[in-house]
Design a protein around this ligand. Structure first.
Ligand SMILES: Cc1cc2nc3c(=O)[nH]c(=O)nc-3n(C[C@H](O)[C@H](O)[C@H](O)COP(=O)(O)OP(=O)(O)OC[C@H]3O[C@@H](n4cnc5c(N)ncnc54)[C@H](O)[C@@H]3O)c2cc1C
Length: 526
């Protein structure tokens, strides 16, 4: 084994392995250091259209066709059927009142269904991380990265010119030198601890805890709560969010019989139900929400319950002269809206560009500082959105209106990428640099954080509705849809002017991405 590398990457989860793959494609020598061994459990499973577009963009730019086919359910099933995943057609939210069964309202005032795709072939997925991450780590090795599993880092010495890592591998000492360290070991991870950095809190975010596991035999939501009308997609084939005053529960179904489920809970409720106790706390939580509990009658956890005492996190420093944390190590906001993957992929893309534009050994301190500023801004913007959503968990109408800021921004940004006009979205997450939408959205979120009531709440609802108009390309503002939003090509065509293109250009885009059955276009999913 060699001991000197251009880049040492800590953590071989999806982010570390993908970063290693790209760095290899750029000709760098790479060592990937992993404290565990694949396959291993990892949380964070639900992808989004934006995450898949970014993964697709990376796979094309760095000529990684094996990854490209993992960006859609259809091509995943055709090319990687042995890697488990889940079908994700959209985001589903159901609002629960403690002690009551969930009752479907004819106007869907207690639910929100937002489709991300019109059909299965081009849909997003939930990544079954034990197999997905193992595949990426194997790909990284296949492309020449050295993977050191069961390796515990004991010391890191950084200098402006590089770093030395001391570790113990299967009990034997190892010393590795690298020009650059990239940390992909997750929140409160390796560099954060080794460099004794301070933990800061994303602004406005309330303290939350999480409890989660994987289960078998979870019953279908649609079977237990049938609707008289056909929803825009089968709700079980989506990221299901059960919201309540004090937190929310996620449910993600994989195609191997396993369902990922867990709860993110505000501190007072977490304390009340003793969340750190694991399974007994899970049962106490379900007892409060009989509509959700019914899904778990007969279900069995297949991995031990895991408890995270503090979900949100931000490291006080994200980069130094010879090191940087990936966004997923630099901070974490919340699982709500699945922002972890897109933020991480944006970070990987930026770091890859730095590698592309510089030579091994060249000083890149300034570039890493820019990367760090950008990463921090995006985490803070996401934090503000999620904080506003937490303040409105008890008020589903307001929650829905705030969440549409996210859905409008994300779908506009997706179209901008698909049209090859990323500048329309300011190349920023959640359109934070969009000249009109960015500042107005921030004002709305600030207002929401003040927990408005009465006339102020009504004014905020109106303002939220106005704010999304300039970027709403999928009919989110159309009240006649009664909170059920299918993915419709007609909406995108009608919104062509918002994207500064002709209706014909949108139609071409829809064909190219396989939107309409029978007009498959060049997408690998067909
Ligand atoms: C409860 C929860 C739910 C989430 N849900 C979603 C979601 O639905 N969608 C979404 O987009 N994001 C979600 N996220 C965020 C998501 O988990 C992360 O964005 C994603 O896992 C980042 O991947 P990663 O490879 O950077 O880190 P990880 O998956 O955490 O992998 C880190 C790797 O580093 C290794 N490692 C750790 N420490 C060391 C060390 N000292 N030395 C060597 N190796 C080390 C670990 O063993 C592991 O293999 C969620 C996060 C949480 C906490």
């Amino acid at each position: 084994m060699r001991t000197d590398y251009d880049i040492a990457i800590i953590g071989s989860g999806f982010a570390g392995s993908l970063m290693a793959l790209i760095a290899r494609r750029l000709g760098r020598s790479v060592v990937l250091i992993e404290k565990g061994k694949h396959p291993r459990f990892a949380i964070g499973e639900s992808s989004t259209p934006l995450a898949n577009l970014l993964l697709d963009r990376l796979s094309k730019r760095y000529d990684l066709p094996a990854l490209e086919s993992l960006t859609k359910w259809g091509s995943w099933q055709q090319n990687h059927a042995s890697i488990a995943c889940g079908l994700k057609r959209g985001f589903s939210f159901y609002h629960h009142i403690e002690g009551r069964f969930f009752d479907s309202d004819p106007n869907h005032r207690n639910q929100l269904l937002v489709a991300a795709s019109p059909r299965d072939a081009i849909a997003d997925t939930h990544w079954y991380r034990p197999e997905f991450d193992q595949f990426l780590a194997q790909q990284a090795m296949h492309h020449g990265a050295e993977l050191l599993e069961n390796t515990a880092i004991t010391e890191i010495l950084t200098t402006p010119a590089g770093a030395t890592l001391k570790a113990s591998r299967n009990g034997a000492p190892v010393q590795i030198g690298a020009g650059l360290i990239l940390d992909a070991s997750g929140p409160r991870g390796c560099l954060h601890r080794a460099l004794q950095l301070a933990e800061t809190k994303p602004e406005h975010l309330p303290a939350t805890q999480a409890l989660y596991s994987h289960f078998t035999n979870v019953r279908s939501w649609a079977d237990l709560h049938p609707d008289s009308e056909a929803p825009p997609y089968p709700p079980d084939a989506s990221a299901v969010h059960h919201l309540f005053d004090g937190g929310w529960i996620w449910m993600l179904r994989f195609n191997n019989g396993i369902t990922s489920a867990g709860a993110a809970v505000l501190e007072p409720l977490a304390t009340e139900i003793g969340l750190s106790e694991g399974e007994p706390a899970w049962k106490r939580l379900l007892k409060k929400f009989p509509g959700v509990a019914a899904q778990f009658e007969g279900a069995t956890p297949c991995v031990p319950f895991m408890h995270t005492p503090r979900l949100s996190f931000l490291s006080s420093k994200i980069s130094g002269p010879s090191w940087a944390m990936l966004p997923s190590a630099a901070g974490f906001i919340d699982p709500l809206l699945s922002t972890g993957f897109p933020l991480t992929l944006l970070g990987i893309e930026r770091l890859a560009r730095i590698l592309e534009q510089t030579a091994p050994g060249q000083a890149i301190r300034a570039e890493l500082e820019c990367y760090s500023t950008r990463t921090k801004q995006e985490l803070q913007t996401t934090g503000r959105l999620i904080a506003a959503l937490y303040t409105s968990l008890h008020d589903f109408e307001l929650f829905t209106a705030i969440s549409k800021l996210y859905f409008a921004a994300a779908s506009f940004a997706e179209c901008a990428i698909r049209l090859d006009r990323p500048q329309l979205a300011g190349d920023s997450f959640l359109l934070m640099e969009h000249p009109e939408f960015g500042p107005k959205a921030r004002e709305c979120l600030d207002q929401a954080l003040l927990k408005p009531a009465g006339a102020c709440r009504a004014e905020l609802l109106d303002r939220l509705h106005q704010t999304i108009q300039s970027v709403d390309v999928c009919g989110l503002g159309d009240a006649s849809r009664r909170n059920w939003h299918p993915a419709r090509g007609e909406d995108l065509v009608a919104a062509a002017n918002k994207l500064g293109v002709t209706a014909g250009a949108i139609e071409k885009m829809l064909i190219a991405c396989g939107f309409n059955p029978g007009k498959p276009g060049p997408c690998p999913s067909g």
